[in-house]
Design a protein around this ligand. Structure first.
Ligand SMILES: Nc1ncnc2c1ncn2[C@@H]1O[C@H](COP(=O)(O)OP(=O)(O)OP(=O)(O)O)[C@@H](O)[C@H]1O
Length: 621
């Protein structure tokens, strides 16, 4: 759609009610505009931010979504990292279209989202904000791309949003994943591609929720359908106890048929032992007996894990470190680090992981935990960059009942106490606000935590693993990070190399290709493009590129054109870290006087204040 002037946009929206608009009158956008005008009586010219919940209200709204948030967060973190470069903000919203979690892109796009109130707590229901990705996708229960001036309210015309609804194991709306960009230079096709990636991510989240919900049942996978593979849960008597939305659509199952405990064999050909052998081809049929053609049914997940032959065992202590060895692969530097970690053994030494985004800091931290004597206790992770200061404080240190307005009725233990006896992983520790650094240092020194409002401390025994992509040593020198905390964190420092630096890079590509696109092989052309690409997003980007290529490849061969490799001559320098360091230094030099520091930096006072705020820089007193 061409970009229109403000008044033209309003006139155009208003004209859909009279069926004279130049948009396809039967299109989903026109239908939504009509709903906004006729049902919701909205004004396309109205300006102003969306309704926004307070922090306490956000917490309250998030409570019933706890399971979804827990299972969706790792997937959404990966999605946000992939889309960050293209300036997308990623949100997880509840069924009422309120954003409950947000991952902002870097500056300057982040400032635009904050300015317009596109952030955690904002409500984007269609009945309030008119046609928009979240509201309209949830109203129609279908994925949608709402591109710039397809929005109902004129003011949202600078944004494009793509949204995939999330369904619970019973096929009901559970929320939605929204990605929004304010970049005018991204084409509709680019947004459509981003929507496809988002839909894939929501399918994986739905799968995780389904498996978690039916963890005591066996699960069969029924491939096919627009909504992706279907999942069926069945009990020991082979009666269907659950079916995801896609399986319901594929097989014609309803709540009624599921509640009646219908036999799996009505839909899936079975052999005498149950579902036909591993990865067997089976005939599928709908409830009405109509043949659905051939499909593959994976063996039940529980059976798969219990019947899979065990790998030959080495000695018990070597097994504990298997995951770490697998991650280190054949990279000599990493192998040396793993040997050192093994020597440290079960000593409670803090570990600081350092490396670019996507190199595997989180999975490495999990592997250290799995290889330690704490493996049977909790592994608790917090990303310090993904939350505002006030939330990190409450999340990490906990609070007593009634400690502040909006606090949960029975208080909150806090993540440090939850990690007692186990491992606490603090990701992006370089982004931890200075006030909280001081509190964390006290916990490490005294081995006790004071939840907000508590009358006495709670003793804790945690192993701390932290990670950063920043140069913490330099930040400590420049006063942007507490030096005493830095030295405490780096009991042992492990540098995780970028993918392009790994000596075993080809093996890593082969390994990830076999996991992400198991049914495909790489053509020579695809192989040389992968081998020559610098992968600024490292393992995460490689995984996503191959996953997408595995979906688009034809005839089981991934060719160069299937690889979505945006041009990158070399890894981007960390401009934000450099800018932050320059500002911190200028403030230090001028004794915290913002006017003088702004003059020295040749910035306006207002700009410097804004940067201090968005970069969460503490001004020295
Ligand atoms: N050695 C490896 N082999 C295969 N896959 C890996 C390896 N290391 C990491 N990955 C995969 O790469 C992705 C990113 O890993 P992870 O989230 O641990 O990175 P990260 O360094 O913590 O990223 P960030 O710093 O941006 O949070 C995950 O999907 C993970 O499974």
């Amino acid at each position: 759609m061409a970009s229109l002037s403000a008044s033209n946009h309003v006139a155009r929206v208003l004209s859909v009610a009279d069926q004279v608009a130049d948009v396809d009158a039967s299109s989903r956008i026109a239908n939504s505009w009509r709903r906004c005008l006729v049902n919701h009586k909205l004004d396309p010219a109205r300006k102003g931010p969306p309704q926004t919940l307070t922090e306490a209200e956000i917490r309250h709204a998030a409570e019933p979504m706890e399971q979804l948030i827990r299972l969706a967060t790792p997937e959404l973190e990966s999605l946000a990292k992939v889309l960050r470069e293209a300036g997308y903000c990623v949100n997880l919203a509840d069924p009422s279209a309120t954003a409950l979690l947000s991952w902002l892109p870097g500056a300057p796009d982040a400032d635009i989202f904050l300015h317009w109130g596109v952030y955690t707590g904002s409500n984007f229901s269609e009945s309030c904000e008119g046609t928009n990705g979240l509201g309209t996708a949830l109203a129609e229960e279908k994925p949608i791309l709402v591109h710039r001036d397809e929005h109902f309210r004129e003011q949202w015309g600078i944004f494009s949003c793509a949204v995939a609804p999330l369904f619970d194991p019973a096929g009901r709306i559970a929320g939605a994943v929204n990605i929004t960009s304010c970049r005018g230079d991204l084409s509709r096709t680019a947004h459509q591609l981003a929507l496809a990636v988002t839909m894939e991510a929501t399918r994986r989240i739905e799968g995780a929720i389904f498996r978690d919900h039916f963890r005591n049942a066996s699960i069969a996978r029924v491939p096919g359908g627009d909504g992706g593979d279907g999942l069926l849960a069945y009990d020991e008597d082979r009666r269907i106890v659950g079916a995801c939305r896609s399986a319901r659509a594929l097989l014609g199952l309803t709540d009624g048929t599921i509640a009646s405990g219908i036999d799996l064999s009505r839909y899936v050909e079975l052999d005498h032992e149950g579902v036909r052998g591993a990865d067997g081809v089976v005939e599928l049929r709908r409830a009405d007996g109509r043949a659905l053609g051939r499909g593959r049914v994976a063996p039940p997940l529980r059976a798969r894990s219990s019947t899979r032959p065990l790998a030959p065992r080495r000695d018990a202590s070597a097994d504990r470190f298997d995951a770490l060895h697998r991650l280190a692969g054949g990279d000599p530097g990493l192998v040396r680090s793993v040997m050192r970690l093994k020597r440290i053994g079960d000593h409670n030494l803090p570990v600081l992981l350092h490396g670019e985004t996507g190199v595997g800091k989180d999975v490495f931290a999990r592997a250290i935990h799995a290889g330690s004597n704490r493996a049977r206790s909790n592994y608790v992770a917090l990303n310090c960059a993904a939350m505002p200061e006030s939330l990190i404080d409450a999340e990490l240190f906990g609070y007593e009942a009634g400690a502040f307005t909006g606090a949960r009725r029975d208080g909150s233990k806090g993540l440090i106490v939850q990690a007692d006896g186990g491992t606490l992983f603090l990701d992006e520790i370089g982004d931890m606000p200075v006030a909280l650094q001081t509190r964390l240092l006290r916990v490490l020194e005294n081995r006790e935590v004071w939840p907000l409002g508590a009358l006495k401390p709670v003793p804790v025994d945690i192993r701390l693993i932290s990670a950063t992509h920043r140069d913490l040593g330099r930040m400590a020198e420049q006063g942007a990070f507490r030096a005493d905390l830095y030295f405490r964190l780096r009991g042992m420092e492990v540098r995780l190399p970028a993918l392009r630096e790994r000596a075993d890079r080809d093996d890593v590509i082969r390994q990830i290709a076999s996991e992400e696109a198991p049914a495909c092989r790489l053509s020579d052309d695809a192989w040389s493009r992968l081998a020559a690409y610098p992968f600024p997003g490292n393992m995460r980007q490689l995984r996503h590129v191959l996953r997408l290529a595995g979906c688009t490849a034809e005839g089981g061969v991934i060719i160069g054109a299937d690889l979505d490799l945006p041009p990158f001559g070399r890894a981007e320098p960390d401009l934000e870290a450099a800018e932050r360091a320059t500002i911190v230094e200028a403030l230090r030099k001028h004794g915290g006087r913002v006017t003088e520091a702004a003059r020295a930096l040749k910035l306006s006072r207002a700009t410097l204040y804004r940067k201090i705020k968005t970069m969460k820089i503490e001004t020295p007193r």
